[in-house]
Design a protein around this ligand. Sequence first.
Ligand SMILES: Nc1ncnc2c1ncn2[C@@H]1O[C@H](COP(=O)(O)OP(=O)(O)O)[C@@H](O)[C@H]1O
Ligand SMILES: [Mg+2]
Length: 259
Amino acid sequence: MTSTAVVNQKGGVGKTKLTINVGGALAETGARVLLVDLDPSGYLTDALKVAPADGFTLAEALTSSRRARVEPVRHSTTGAGGVLDVLPNTAAMLTVARELDKLRGREQRLARVLAPLDGDYDQVLIDCPPTLDVVTDNALTYVQRVLIPVQAEDTTLKALQLLLAQIAAVDEFLRTDPLVLHGMVVSLLRRPASVYARSVLADLDRLAEQAGLPILGTVPLSVVVTEAARHGRTVVDYAPTSHHAEVYRALAQTLETAR
Ligand SMILES: Nc1ncnc2c1ncn2[C@@H]1O[C@H](COP(=O)(O)OP(=O)(O)O)[C@@H](O)[C@H]1O
Ligand SMILES: [Mg+2]
């Protein structure tokens, strides 16, 4: 089982859509995939139109003093034998960060919740909230690697520096082995790219080099992404021959071949 956090404390950079569609592309190849919706807004849960889970919610399991088993919800299965499951989120997650601050092992809670599911999945993708809080720290403590969607904007570089500092702190204090910086994905890119976007991309290239954080691909703006979500489906399923399906398959491939 390999695990990846899709993380960036900036909102609206494409985390949720990337998690869903890379997850769909992984399932298409036959992988058993679990998507964890860690954002209190629950946009991933909504976009995939999954029903609430039976039993404990993620919020309850994270704050419970006992080991509480959470049950993922099946979104779909694929012809290749893959599955796409979701650990949905509820509004109760809104207060979890505050509650965790009072609890022991507050950064290791997600690892405890997900441990019993380890053998059931090949790939776990975590859709992080748009904050660098204790909930995000839980994801950064649990996963093996991070996938960072970014937009071609000036604010991106500052946000990335903050995120890399947070990752360094988590490596220092909470992990035994350092997080693997799997790479960045340039999201929501308007085509053709403007002169401005191209100059930001050049800056990003430099940062990618310096930080050892490769740019893995580009997801242009497209209605196919929002249309698929409107139907509760992934892009590879909804529009299998689209350019975007190919983009998500290529990104999924980078996760499958990573160590
Ligand atoms: N490639 C894309 N083309 C068009 N719209 C997109 C694309 N990716 C994301 N969006 C839209 O942009 C907004 C932000 O994306 P989202 O994945 O929710 O970002 P985040 O999770 O980082 O807040 C959403 O309304 C989403 O539907
Ligand atoms: Mg989101």
